[in-house]
Design a binder for this molecule. Structure first.
Ligand code: KG4
Ligand code: ZN
Length: 347
């Protein structure tokens, strides 16, 4: 099945064309074309993503990207030869999602190709299938860590998801971005925080100070990151001035707590729920310290296979949407639906 996928849930406009084979048993994805533009520079000056601005940019970018990807894949944009169009319908920023849906529907109508909706978070879960020889063995647990979500999900099979725990306030990626802002770093600061923390770990074996891991003693699998962000803010206020050194120290202490709690709760989930596979997905899965800690965790749970997305599909992209679209198509070949954007769409 040849699938054209569209992603516009936040500040990345992306289109991919995938040749999908192998079925549910052994899905294989050949990416024929993949294009993406980030709107980071546009939203930077506002310190975060502005929904209506994102929508306008998506509307501007989509036709250009389609043209680019079609040229790459030697398709005639006037005669699009794909079998299926899939588009993210949520969760995300509704105006941004509508830009993708409207574009997908018009394209489907023009070329008489069916259009289907994909859940963005299912995309993050299934992103681990990209360039991966290992199948997902069920039951699996998924740790989803992005700018909008922090969730531990029970994955009994494709399309069979149950959220076991989630953040009660900010998402972990959001906390990274907010702390970066407190430290005077540009949006989105997640990767920069990781870099500063790494510098401090090289210089000091032990952290200069620590932050308490939020929700460590709650028995559930929920998270909370707004208190940690506030603790960082107070710490910064208590300091005379921010220097390169204190920025590194704060980034490290924050990362220790923010990632530490992800590991603790994941460990708890693996202990209390049967799982053959641990999937980790979402933008924060690109974080090196998290990857390090996960591989240490893997040594404690030797019977569990750890699946991480390739770095290029960790953050938002259209490849993972195409993958989720293929899996959904195999499960429900004849699904016919009215597409609607749903900012709070749940798994
Ligand atoms: O999955 P994603 O691209 O978008 C959403 O669905 O939200 O995740 C974006 C988030 C941002 O908050 C960004 O700061 C964070 O992922 N992020 C990172 C890293 N790379 C991206 N956070 C920490 N370390 C990283 N290396
Ligand atoms: Zn995402």
């Amino acid at each position: 099945v040849k699938i054209l996928s569209i992603e516009t849930s936040c500040d990345e406009t992306a289109i991919a064309i995938l040749e999908c084979t192998g079925g549910l048993e052994k899905p294989v994805f050949n990416v024929l074309g993949n294009v993406l533009v980030s709107q980071i520079d546009i939203h930077k000056e506002f310190g975060g993503v502005v929904p209506m601005l994102a929508k306008r940019e998506h509307e501007k970018n989509l036709p250009v990207l389609l043209d680019q990807v079609a040229k790459k894949v030697c398709l005639d944009t006037e005669r699009l030869n794909v079998d299926l169009i899939v588009v993210t319908s949520g969760p995300g920023l509704e105006p941004a999602l509508w830009a993708g849906i409207t574009f997908a529907e018009a394209l489907g109508k023009k070329h008489d190709i069916p259009v289907r909706a994909v859940n963005h978070m299912e995309g993050h879960i299934l992103s681990v299938l990209y360039e991966n020889n290992q199948a997902i063995e069920f039951p699996a647990l998924a740790l989803l860590v992005s700018g909008g979500h922090t969730e531990i999900v029970s994955v009994k099979g494709f399309g069979d998801y149950e959220i076991l725990g989630r953040t009660l306030d900010d998402a972990v990626g959001e906390a990274f971005d907010k702390v970066a802002r407190i430290l005077g770093l540009p949006y989105p600061g997640g990767p920069l925080i990781g870099e500063l923390a790494r510098m401090d770990r090289i210089k000091h074996i032990l952290p200069t100070f620590t932050f308490t891991m939020p929700m460590l003693h709650s028995k559930d699998l929920n998270f909370s990151y707004s208190g940690l962000k506030t603790a960082v803010l107070y710490k910064v206020r208590s300091m005379e001035a921010l220097t390169d050194t204190t920025r590194e120290e704060i980034a490290r202490a924050f990362e220790d707590a923010a990632i530490g709690i992800l590991i603790e709760k994941t460990k708890r989930a693996l202990t209390n729920h049967e799982a053959k596979t641990l999937i980790v997905g979402g933008g924060v899965s690109a974080n090196n310290y998290l990857r390090e800690k996960l591989s240490e965790l893997g040594k404690e749970f030797t019977e569990i296979t750890l699946l991480l997305p390739k770095k290029e599909v960790s953050t938002d992209n259209a490849i993972m949407i195409g993958i989720a679209g293929y899996i959904e198509y195999l499960r429900n070949p004849d699904r016919d639906e009215t597409l609607t954007a749903n900012g709070n769409l749940s798994l």
